[in-house]
Design a protein around this ligand. Structure first.
Ligand code: NIG
Ligand code: FE
Length: 394
């Protein structure tokens, strides 16, 4: 058997849950384990922290299957966007949908993630692109949290694309976002962090920086979609501002990895979008690893570049496409994903004092979570000390 130390694996382990938190971890023959009010035999299953999907665009209406076909005929993601398709076509569908319709359409996508042990989910706005519709999206995200009992972080991504009514007036849109859209959404308590899309088909570095600066004025943490299709220098700007994460980064130059390391910014890798868009440019994984930049993984679930709802598949893709080790992949959807959300003190690892978000897996070794495709070995999930489903325990 390969060395399993990279996982921090503990055998014959016992874990005591008190209220919503982890109160004690030790060996199953110790007294604290035997004296608990209720003892559950996990029968040698693997326990991991609840999985964290730290980058999604799950709230949207409609689909983009027609663009999938266009791409197969040779059109690129950027060309489709330039023709008024892409993100803007989902904006039209999302603006037209009621809050209830949006909720109903999003629900099965969230449930698919939960079935695989996801206990914390980040959801971005960014298909509304005006105050009312951005707020509508964020309310749906908040309602998913309260109705499903999983943890949802809401990220404001008003700078995802230029809305058609602002064609040729990107600076005016950024001004509206900074002066009205973001402060309003924030005042309603709907914003945990702020994101921007810096790319030729979206906003330039200077516009992106204006949004992040405004967010920071409001006391909000920031992150950015950068270097996905080209190297504009967005990652260095975001890192200098102390961003929690920079996401995508296929085109990040090796010499710019140092600024992430210096700032403690997490590199969020999104192999689903890389796969769907048939990209060839690999993120600078070796340099990230060497300079100890924490790498997180996420589904980037969205109707265009990543229409998939499986974090286990993302772990497999990260190993197969980006050559991460299975241990790196597991850290990528647990502790490093928690860091990307600024929540590493509460979630992301099985440690005393953290939330009791725990997944029981029917696997013999942790590498099997990344190894198989299309198999869901999740046996049971505990969220904040309460079983979400415990049928799998028997
Ligand atoms: O992360 N890159 C920008 N935004 C999304 C795509 C959204 C869409 O195509 O609808 C992403 O890949
Ligand atoms: Fe994204």
């Amino acid at each position: 058997m390969r060395d399993e130390s990279g996982y921090g694996l503990q055998r014959q382990a016992a874990l005591l849950v008190d209220g919503d938190g982890i109160a004690w971890i030790g060996n199953s023959d110790e007294r604290s384990a035997r004296d608990a009010d209720e003892v559950i035999d996990c029968r040698n299953r693997l326990l991991t922290p609840g999985l964290i999907d730290c980058h999604t665009h799950l709230v949207y209406a409609g689909d983009r299957a027609d663009e999938f076909e266009l791409r197969l005929e040779g059109a690129s993601y950027a060309e489709i966007a330039a023709r008024g398709g892409g993100i803007v076509s989902t904006v039209n569908a999302t603006r037209a949908a009621s809050e209830q319709t949006l909720f109903d359409e999003t629900l099965p996508r969230v449930k698919a993630l939960m079935d695989e042990g996801v206990t914390t989910l980040e959801i971005k706005s960014g298909y509304g692109l005006d105050s009312d519709n951005e707020i509508k999206m964020l309310r749906v995200a908040a309602k998913l949290e309260s109705e499903l009992g999983l943890r949802v972080r809401k990220t404001f991504l008003g700078a995802h694309a230029l809305p058609p009514e602002y064609d040729g007036r990107a600076d005016d849109y950024i001004a509206l976002l900074c002066e009205e859209m973001l402060p309003r959404a924030h005042a309603e308590g709907l914003v945990d962090a702020v994101d921007v899309f810096i790319e030729s088909i979206a906003f330039d570095v200077e516009q992106g920086e204006r949004v992040l600066a405004r967010a920071q004025q409001l006391g909000l943490p920031v992150k950015a979609h950068v270097e996905q299709l080209s190297d504009l220098g967005g990652a260095v700007m975001a890192a200098k501002r102390g961003a929690l994460s920079v996401d995508h980064i296929e085109y990040l130059a090796v010499e710019d990895v140092a600024s992430l390391a210096a700032a403690g910014t997490v590199a969020v890798l999104l192999p689903g979008a890389f796969y769907v868009l048939r990209e060839n440019q690999m993120p600078p994984v070796a340099a990230l690893r060497e300079q100890r930049v924490p790498m997180a993984l996420a589904t980037d679930a969205n109707p265009g570049s990543s229409p998939l709802h499986s974090l286990l598949l993302i772990m497999n893709m990260a190993c197969t496409l980006f050559r991460l080790t299975p241990a790196e992949a597991l850290r990528g959807v647990t502790i490093n994903a928690a860091r990307a959300l600024g929540m590493e003190r509460e979630i992301g690892s099985l440690e005393v004092g953290k939330q009791a978000d725990i997944v029981l897996w029917d696997v013999e070794r942790p590498s099997m979570l990344s190894y198989r495709v299309g198999v869901n070995p999740c046996a049971a999930v505990m969220q904040a000390g309460r079983w979400r489903n415990s049928e799998g325990l028997s």
